[in-house]
Design a binder for this molecule. Structure first.
Ligand code: FUC
Length: 796
């Protein structure tokens, strides 16, 4: 190859890569025509409906023939209010609880903690929060279309095209073929519904906008509706979030008019409905208000309505495909299942069928969901992304930060959707003011922290029960995402910007950690190891403890990321020295008498050996303290712990199963990882492909997508590992556009279970080691260069 300066074709060779392309970014790729979820019937249940979203404004498409229900969501539509939930009695009890735990008096420690080390007020009220300060994410309501027609239909098909982010419903009625297209456009900030028919003048329907409570709908001009309302603020009900949803109809032929709160379209050849919606919420502490939905929705509607339908669709598809088409995945398999509807394919997998194509579809559905629920300038994807029905949604549809919201973002970097990560960074940043106060009031500490749950109003206090709610490591875990964004993309300015967030999180730990009198090692606590219970030798049950493995590993991760950031930014000061010293003194991962990685600082029995959280394995994934190549003994212990959990029923929730895929991938056991991908599809996937905890919870979708990527490419252990966990079930295939830390984009082709070719594009300068099985090669890359390697890592 012309650009090659030096190549030594053997293990540990060095390839120097210099720019050979004007644009190293992956090209927009060809359409992926198989990427469709499709069904032969309308959705009866919400979990059969198909999601569309522009990151902020979402709809679930039911696709009825007589009645179309589009259940709507807007990401900031929350009940509740900002509140001060920090408990002024906590700090005085902290020392006592620590002392009791160090003395082995767990029951006494818990008794105090239950009263004192919790938030003040009602907390999250464990999922009945609509009337409380904490609040709940809620539905925006329904857009209902009641269609004229006989009701009889044939040739029905409902589909979601992941390549065009568009849902389609089509059917025949009498001599006419009807078609609906629905998408939510980020380019035009509107939901668009298009109704057409192959016979003129046949489009007649009535449109309504409503929600279960707190709404008023009226005509908005001669061709529209407007629905407004205000959420329960959890105080006196008068100052909650205000929302506006505006609908406009544009008919081609026929008539449009309003009567009362209904919009009527009659005898049109085609009709386009445009819906704009927003709230007065603003991600800005302490008030969290400031947007003007009256004005914004009117402007969005006017701008969208000025464009033709085709223009709206083209702008939407182009904007979406810029992100979506960066990655393609072909896992082989026969084409036969592709002719089956998605629910039937899923059923076949449940009954033991092999369908690699369905796994590829699931992977891309995860990427589709992230693009559709997390776009720049908005809130991050919550427990249900943006799709939630009713006014009280499971777990308040909030941000759980003891695994769930982090899992939502595991695919962001590796699956080439780094921009979609940004809303999480904005949320993290917004938590700092209240998080500083929580750190001071609860722990007398500098820095900032957040516990297990947070909402859109900056809730950072512990939850109302310490067994699940006392988990301040959530703040440090969130900071991992800031570092990862830098590690993948190499954006130094970004690192500079987020450095204070990471630094302040580390400052919290420098104050929070205490020396364990038994060992002298630094430990955190009192905290839970999410959300498990230990049993002491004398039979006490406790969830609170000092220095559980997960906390220790998360703190190690934060300190390591802070030290690496300081190096990049050229910072060497007293703070950095303190972090370095504290990291040395941390209690590290420990192996028990039976060879398992310990979950707690001492060898206790667990009350639920098959617990869904596998917190002590954080260091294996998503952390990097344990790896097969770097720390083989610890990796073997992690494997034992994982096997033990699984043999006791672990993985019974969707997200837990998804995490297990990532663990096996990191342990380089492709077959076990694959077994769990299949189990995720068979046991924890709803007919519309949503993950189920149960109930629906989106984290499993994202965790599953990340796990599949992790089977094909890893880069956490100071090298880029190609096909590290390829299962026997995928003998041949191809993936393009995955990203690796250090600023690389990677395409891989394999056949008969072996790597055939790797294409590597560098987006930044740097020296990097590549691995395929036992072969390694060093690449000295220059930004803008690309290189093709064969299955022995020799340059092609
Ligand atoms: C965590 C998990 C639960 C559930 C909840 C939303 O607390 O332990 O299983 O996923 O988040």
């Amino acid at each position: 190859m012309k650009n090659l300066i030096l190549q030594l074709a053997c293990a540990a060779c060095l390839i120097v890569l210099i720019p050979n392309r004007s644009n190293p970014q992956s090209a927009i790729r060809s359409p992926q025509s198989d990427l469709k979820l499709w069904y032969r019937q309308p959705a009866k249940e919400w979990t059969e409906a198909l999601p569309v979203g522009n990151g902020r404004l979402g709809a679930m498409v039911f696709g009825g023939v007589d009645k179309e229900r589009l259940q709507l969501n807007e990401v900031s539509l929350w009940s509740g209010s900002p509140q001060d939930a920090d408990n002024p009695e906590a700090l005085a009890a902290l020392h006592e609880v620590r002392k009791l735990i160090f003395e082995g008096k767990y029951a006494e420690a818990s008794a105090i903690a239950n009263r004192k080390l919790v938030c003040k007020g009602a907390g999250s009220r464990s999922a009945s929060a609509t009337g409380s300060l904490y609040g709940s994410y809620q539905t925006l309501g329904d857009l209902t279309l009641t269609l004229d027609g006989s009701g009889q239909s044939s040739d029905y098909r409902r589909e979601l095209d992941l390549d065009a982010a568009t849902a389609t419903v089509s059917y025949r009625q009498g001599d006419a073929m009807f078609r609906r297209e629905i998408f939510s456009s980020a380019a035009d900030q509107a939901l668009v519904v298009r109704l057409t028919c192959d016979k003129p003048g046949r489009i007649s329907f009535t449109a309504n906008l409503n929600r279960p409570e707190r709404f008023a709908t009226s005509a908005d001009g001669a061709d529209g509706l407007v629905m407004t309302g205000q959420m329960n603020d959890g105080k006196n009900g008068t100052s909650g979030i205000k929302y506006v949803a505006r609908l406009r109809a544009i008919a081609e032929g026929g008539k449009v008019g309003t009567t009362g709160s209904s919009l009527r379209i009659e005898g049109a050849n085609a009709a386009t409905l445009i819906l704009a919606a927003g709230t007065d919420y603003k991600l800005q502490p302490p008030d969290y208000r400031g947007n003007d939905p009256e004005r914004t929705t009117a402007a969005q509607l006017a701008q969208a309505a000025a464009k033709s339908y085709l223009d709206l669709r083209d702008r939407h598809v182009a904007d979406y495909q810029k992100l979506f088409r960066r990655v393609s995945l072909d896992l082989g398999g026969s084409s036969e299942p592709k002719s089956m509807p998605t629910d039937e394919r899923l059923k076949a997998v449940r009954e033991g069928a092999t369908d690699p194509g369905l796994i590829g579809l699931y992977f891309q559905f995860g990427r589709y969901l992230l693009i559709s629920s997390s776009r720049l300038g908005s809130l991050p994807a919550n427990l249900q992304g943006i799709w939630a029905d009713g006014v009280q949604v499971p777990w308040n549809g909030d941000y759980h930060a003891n695994i769930n919201v982090q899992m939502n973002y595991w695919p962001a970097e590796v699956c080439n959707l780094a921009e979609c990560h940004q809303p999480l960074f904005d949320l993290i940043d917004s938590l700092r003011p209240s998080g500083r106060k929580t750190a001071k009031v609860h722990y007398g500490a500098d820095g900032w922290t957040v516990h297990t749950i947070t909402n859109v109003f900056g809730f950072t206090s512990p939850g109302e029960s310490p067994g699940w709610g006392l988990f301040p490591a959530a703040g440090a875990w969130l900071c991992q995402h800031l570092w990862e964004h830098y590690a993948f993309g190499g954006d130094r300015q970004f690192l500079q910007r987020v450095w204070p967030i990471m630094r302040e999180s580390a400052e919290f730990y420098l104050d929070f950690l205490v020396a364990d009198p038994r060992t002298g090692r630094l430990v955190s606590g009192p905290v839970n190891s999410p959300e498990n219970t230990l049993i002491t030798a004398d039979g006490q049950r406790a969830s609170l403890c000092m220095g559980p493995a997960m906390d220790q590993e998360i703190i190690w991760d934060l300190f390591t990321n802070v030290l690496e950031s300081a190096k990049v930014l050229g910072i060497e000061d007293e703070f950095v020295r303190r972090v370095r010293n504290a990291r040395e003194r941390l209690l590290g991962p420990q192996i028990g008498s039976d060879g398992r990685l310990l979950e707690w600082s001492q060898e206790f029995k667990e009350a639920e050996p098959g617990h869904r959280h596998m917190s002590h394995l954080f260091a294996l994934h998503p952390g990097r303290q344990i790896s097969v190549t770097g720390t083989p003994e610890l990796a073997a212990a992690a494997r034992k712990s994982l096997e033990y959990r699984l043999s006791h029923g672990g993985g019974h929730t969707g997200w837990s199963r998804a995490w297990i895929i990532n663990f096996w991938a990191r342990l380089h056991d492709g077959d076990k990882a694959h077994e769990n991908v299949v189990a995720l599809l068979a046991k924890s996937t709803l007919p519309n492909f949503f993950d189920t905890h149960p109930p629906f919870q989106i984290d499993g979708n994202f965790g599953g997508t990340a796990g599949i990527a992790e089977m094909l490419l890893q880069s956490h252990a100071d090298e880029i590992d190609l096909l590290p966990a390829l299962p026997g079930a995928w003998p041949s295939g191809r993936v393009t556009g995955l990203r690796a830390r250090g600023g690389f984009e990677v395409d891989l082709t394999w056949d008969s279970g072996k790597l055939i070719e790797a294409t590597i594009r560098a987006t930044q300068d740097g020296l990097c080691k590549f691995r395929y099985r036992d072969s390694t090669t060093q690449i000295d890359a220059k930004a803008g260069s690309s290189l093709r390697l064969d299955g022995t890592l020799k340059e092609l």
